[in-house]
Design a protein around this ligand. Structure first.
Ligand code: FAD
Length: 621
């Protein structure tokens, strides 16, 4: 049969991890196959069609900086954009977009279909070909054999997927899609630790039956933000509003009196669910003192009436779902288009993976996405990109790329998963990163695009934009540094009048910009010059204002790296070191590492603990 059967990289699964993985490998020039259940569901969003948010937009920008596609697809499909934490510091600012589900999927599909080196094929992967601890390929449902020495598994919630609505359950990968049973069975035969997790989704509502006059409107930001470093607001489709309503004591009574019919509370579901995306049952149970929770009514797209009621994910029986939805203000006559449900699925204990996302025991077998115990499109997408890139590097006989915690949220995500494992679906937060001020969403390109270019992920067009930005920043910083303002001159008086800061002596503009009361746009308005590229202006402003803190974090990183070989005395008593958690004290006492570097690689020993060890060693002298 004249059909391509040998590839350099095979990616199984066309969700968010799989599409970024396949694109990354193909962009790096290796012959790649993307094998997925259904070509029509490539890039499908299983839950809310929203991308970004706190901690997550940092990942999306990193995907973008590395040439991935999630941010661009979001710009082409986003129907409401907001910057969260806009009044807080730049480290925690986060862009969030509500997207049109159909437009998002179409954008992803178009990129996939036009990617050189990438073959797409619709089939279930049912078996892996493994020879002496090395993966050699994949066998599909109809018995086709595809061969490759690097295979990336990105099967999301599909492995052994079991859907629950009330006390009824049935097999499924997500509502409307088949589960992956044969492959799940095969993985359990391999020497890998497999566990069960759970996630859930709310019912979807018919917008024609919602009374929006009873709700608070939430419009997007103006000017409308963009997600990609290459994005332009003109690319966005029509922008629309979301709406806010609340649960009430009646809603809570309905839920509380039916908990015995909940699969979670009656013990039917074994897997643990996402702590930060809890079901409404969980919220009522965990926060029993609250008599109201916010519910956001979010449109699923411009060409559908469906709304996603964010905040009431549930797996209660359908009759209870209907009652609880209709007890909410504005939803009294609501029609449910799709019932809410929970799904349990197999995941791999990520401690079985190397930093490259290749398994420790089977050469060439990579895992990425929800299958590694994470939750969210963004967490999945970035893992996919890394696994795809490393699978391609392996095919090219090159060393893997393993980003560090101080380089990227990607580094934080992988380090957390590999060293700590996870017992519940892992979601990214800015609080997980110790070097937040350096790892901002606004500078992901400055941190990663050069690396992406070196790996072959970043094309000429993106590289040209990046280089222009980098040069623009250097030029503008130099101009500000060499432009002086003197007291008593028209410029000096204008600065004093605008910012209420009389100048006592001569300042350059960079010194002035460092002052908290002076902003870039205002300074340029009174002193002239400036640059038109908003991204350049933003960088210059943040770098100048936070220079002291940024330098301090960079010193800390350099110190930690330099202390890699610092020896830990054999007689050290970890129990006497203040600040170390009991768990870490126990682990260090058991392992007795010889150097700080070794200590830092013990699963569960955090960078904060290493800092405490450093302080202790300094005190000992
Ligand atoms: P998926 O998007 O699940 O994609 C897996 C892909 O693999 C699919 O295309 C599938 O067809 C394909 N596939 C599977 N097995 C095979 C096989 N054997 N052969 C070929 N193809 C295969 N995230 C949140 O952040 N918050 C939430 O509240 C939330 N709730 C969720 C609720 C539900 C009910 C579900 C299903 C998901 C929810 N998610 C939530 C998770 C979010 O959908 C995932 O994090 C994200 O989709 C993971 O991306 P992925 O690429 O790893 O897997």
């Amino acid at each position: 049969m004249d059909f391509p059967s040998r590839f350099d990289v095979i990616v199984i699964g066309g969700g968010h991890a799989g599409t970024e993985a396949a694109l990354a490998a193909a962009r790096m020039g290796v012959k790649t196959l993307l094998l997925s259940h259904n070509v029509d569901t490539l890039g499908h969003m299983s839950c809310n069609p929203a991308i970004g948010g706190i901690g997550k937009s940092h990942l999306v920008r990193e995907i973008d900086a590395l040439g991935g596609t999630m941010a661009t697809a979001t710009d082409l499909s986003g129907i409401q954009f907001r910057v969260l934490n806009a009044r807080k510091g730049p480290a925690v600012r986060a862009t969030r977009a509500q997207t049109d589900r159909a437009l998002y999927k179409a954008a992803i599909r178009s990129v996939l279909e036009n990617q050189p080196n990438l073959w797409i094929f619709q089939q279930s992967a049912d078996d892996l070909i493994v020879e002496q601890d090395q993966v050699r390929g994949v066998v599909t449902q109809m018995g086709l054999r595809f061969l490759a020495d690097s295979v990336v598994l990105t099967t999301g919630t599909f492995l052994g997927g079991l859907i629950h609505i009330g006390l009824q359950n049935y097999s499924g990968g997500r509502a409307g899609d088949p589960p992956s049973i044969a492959l799940a069975k095969r993985l359990r035969e391999l020497p890998l630790r497999i566990g069960r997790l759970k996630t859930g989704t709310p019912p979807r509502l018919d917008g024609r039956s919602i009374d929006f006059t009873q709700m608070t409107e939430q419009a997007g930001d103006t000017p409308v933000p963009v997600m990609s470093f290459l994005g332009k607001a003109e690319q966005h489709p029509q922008q629309v509003s979301c709406w806010i309503t609340h649960t009430n004591t009646r809603t809570h009574e309905i839920i509380a009196s039916n908990l015995d019919r909940s699969p979670m509370y009656s013990g039917v579901i074994e897997g643990i669910g996402p702590r930060y995306c809890p079901s409404i049952e969980d919220k009522i149970h965990r926060f029993a003192d609250k008599d109201s929770h916010q519910v956001f009514l979010e449109p699923e797209g411009l060409s559908t009436n469906e709304y996603y009621p964010n905040g009431i994910s549930t797996s209660l029986p359908f009759d209870v779902q209907l009652d609880l939805v209709r007890s909410i203000r504005g939803l009294e006559n609501c029609h449910i288009v799709r019932p809410g449900y929970a799904i349990e699925y197999d995941y791999l204990d990520p401690r079985d993976l190397k930093y490259s996302l290749e398994t420790k025991v089977i050469g060439g077998l990579f895992f990425a996405g929800q299958i590694n115990g994470t939750t969210g499109y963004e967490e999945a997408g970035i893992q996919g990109l890394l696994a795809g890139a490393n699978a391609a590097l392996r095919a090219q006989d090159k060393d893997a790329w393993c980003p560090r915690r101080d380089e990227a949220y990607l580094g934080v995500l992988i380090d957390d998963l590999i060293t700590l494992g996870t017992q519940e679906p892992y979601r990214m937060f800015t609080s997980r990163a110790e070097y937040r001020l350096i790892l901002r969403e606004d500078n992901a390109d400055l941190r990663l695009t050069e690396k992406g270019r070196e790996l072959g992920l970043v094309d000429d067009a993106r590289w040209a934009v990046f280089e222009a930005k980098r040069e623009g920043i250097a030029r503008e910083e130099q101009r500000l540094k060499s432009t002086w303002v003197r007291p008593g001159t028209p410029q000096g008086d204008a600065v004093a009048a605008r910012f209420g800061t009389p100048l006592t002596h001569e300042y350059n503009l960079l010194n002035l910009l460092a002052r908290p009361e002076i902003d870039y746009a205002g300074l340029i308005a009174v002193t002239g010059g400036g640059c038109e590229n908003a991204q350049v202006a933003e960088q210059v402003e943040i770098r100048t204002k936070y220079a002291g803190y940024i330098d301090r974090q960079q010193d800390e990183i350099a110190r930690l790296r330099a202390s890699e070989n610092t020896r830990l005395p054999a007689d050290i008593d970890y129990a006497t070191i203040s600040g170390l958690s009991k768990e870490i004290t126990h682990k260090l006492s058991l392992a007795r590492p010889e150097t700080l570097g070794q200590a830092s690689r013990i699963p569960g020993v955090t960078p904060a603990a290493i800092s405490l060890l450093l302080i202790h060693l300094k005190k000992r002298g």
